[in-house]
Design a protein around this ligand. Structure first.
Ligand code: ZN
Length: 322
């Protein structure tokens, strides 16, 4: 007897957004059937993705389409990658045409934050909402807006630049040209920068002992906070306050039903979600705040690949979803 995975059409989602490439074989209702991951081969992305897809097709020959999440600006009308500082080779080439040629399958490209948002919206923490704002807080900070089931891209595709909301008008310079953006305070490298700036004043922290032996990361700060280190807890709480201030702006602007927050920094769980919600409540217009649910993302490192697969599914018009 053929299993469901063998008979029904499945989809493949690929995440090119980090140092590790993630790919997933995903059923029509968003369930991950198989995964592959490997260090991203920046200079041979097309060959790596084509090889990975061919491996995943061995576990399910019936693939209807492929979705690829790209760290950069993607024009979905022309299927071209316009800007990607992380993957310049993809900008120069034509990954869309190359992957169609290599696989014979339909290929959908999307910005990584948009893909993750779509995944959370369809099968993660956004499920059941009509309108959703999604933010990913990790090595950078990105955002995406889904209105009535569709990604809202803005006039030129840049909508949802949550990381570049101004938090501190007198703050440090951001790579976008502004000063004091949320990203200059709350991205993983900036949490580390702020911690280093303060540490010399507080050498009782377990983090300062860590800092003697190696450079610590935002994940180390989260870990020390979870172990009860006061300094690390304070750093996470302050980071939550900055994010909460930006969330309040989103709430006031969009009066949106649900806000879903993902990315590595959110691994701190309730230690950061609590301060975010409290600060958002303190700052947002009360009737707007009360209409908004704020939740942690549910799909973890699968978000981009599941979302890219769901975008591919919906672009082909095939839905096996119950
Ligand atoms: Zn900025």
């Amino acid at each position: 007897m053929m299993s469901h995975a063998q008979t029904a059409a499945n989809f493949i989602g690929v995440d090119l957004s980090g140092a590790t490439m993630h790919a997933a074989l995903v059923s029509g209702d968003g369930e991950v059937i198989a995964r592959r991951e490997a260090p991203l081969e920046r200079d041979a992305v097309v060959a790596q993705v084509a090889r990975t897809i061919s491996e995943l097709r061995d576990s399910s020959p019936n693939i209807a389409a492929i979705g690829v999440g790209i760290p950069g600006l993607v024009n979905r009308q022309t299927d071209r990658v316009l800007v990607s500082t992380d993957l310049p080779s993809v900008v120069r080439g034509d990954i869309h045409a190359d992957l169609i040629k290599a696989t014979g399958l339909r290929v959908e490209l999307e910005n990584d934050a948009n893909a993750a948002a779509y995944g959370e919206y369809k099968v993660g923490a956004g499920r059941g909402s009509r309108d959703m704002f999604f933010a990913t807080i990790g090595s950078g900070i990105g955002g995406a807006i889904i209105i009535n089931g569709k990604l809202w891209l803005g006039a030129s595709g840049f909508a949802g630049e949550f990381g570049h909301i101004t938090i501190d008008a007198e703050g440090i310079e951001c790579m976008c040209g502004n000063t004091g953006c949320l990203e200059t305070l709350a991205s993983a490298p900036n949490i580390v920068r702020r911690a280093n700036d303060r540490l010399y004043r507080d050498n009782t922290s377990s983090l300062s002992r860590l800092a003697i032996n190696k450079e610590f990361t935002a994940a180390d700060i989260v870990h020390e906070a979870q172990e009860g280190d006061d300094f690390s807890l304070m750093m996470i709480e302050r980071t939550g306050k900055y994010i909460g201030a930006a969330v309040a702006s989103v709430i006031n602007l969009l009066n949106i039903e649900r806000i879903v927050l993902g990315g590595g920094v959110m691994e701190a769980g309730d230690l950061i979600l609590g301060p975010i919600i409290r600060e958002a409540e303190r700052r947002a217009f009360q009737p707007c705040f009360e209409a908004t649910q704020i939740a942690a993302a549910a799909l973890g490192t699968d978000a981009v690949s599941i979302g890219a697969a769901m975008l591919a599914r919906d672009a082909t018009g095939q839905t096996n979803a119950a």
